[in-house]
Design a protein around this ligand. Sequence first.
Ligand code: AMP
Length: 192
Amino acid sequence: MNIILFGPPGVGKGTQAQLLASAYNLHHISTGDMLRAAIKGGTELGKVAKGHVESGALVPDDVIIGLVKEVLLEQMEHERGFLLDGFPRTVDQAKALEQLFTEIAIQDVRIISLDAPEEELITRMVKRGQDLGRADDTEETIRHRLNVYQQQTEPVKGYYAQSREIMSVDGLGSVEEVTQRIMKCLGHPALV
Ligand code: AMP
């Protein structure tokens, strides 16, 4: 089983992704984490990504698609499924991913869409900014990221609706409640 976890910033994708990846023994691929690590390490990718990530804009499609392709191709060498967290975020990314799935014969992809009301997302992200000091969790950047989500990422749902089933899950409630809802949708018992 492979999972694409989809949803607005602040909905709890990262937390759920970690729990699900360990419950189903999946390789957790978070584009946001990869970019933050690259920025911290001062790599070429980090230099390209820094301004975009810190202002809440998306990193250019060609950069992020290249990165995900590399990771997925490498992943194919291991007999494990993967969980994509934070990718695809544009229709062009989703198209590139579909093409890659065809090329490398990836099947059994489940798409989970987590959602929560905007005010709740803002409250959660402001708190995360205070707790973890994430550079892009300031109120101004948060509003920008939500706009970017509505304009560039929401349309990905429409794109998938033509060809794949999207399972919508309510992201409100405790972490455990949300995990249980997702697992129920997947209809898969956890491995551990
Ligand atoms: P996240 O941790 O998923 O909220 O991502 C943090 C930031 O990394 C985003 O606001 C973007 O600047 C960048 N980013 C992560 N994933 C992508 C992606 N698939 N496409 C473009 N930019 C991305």
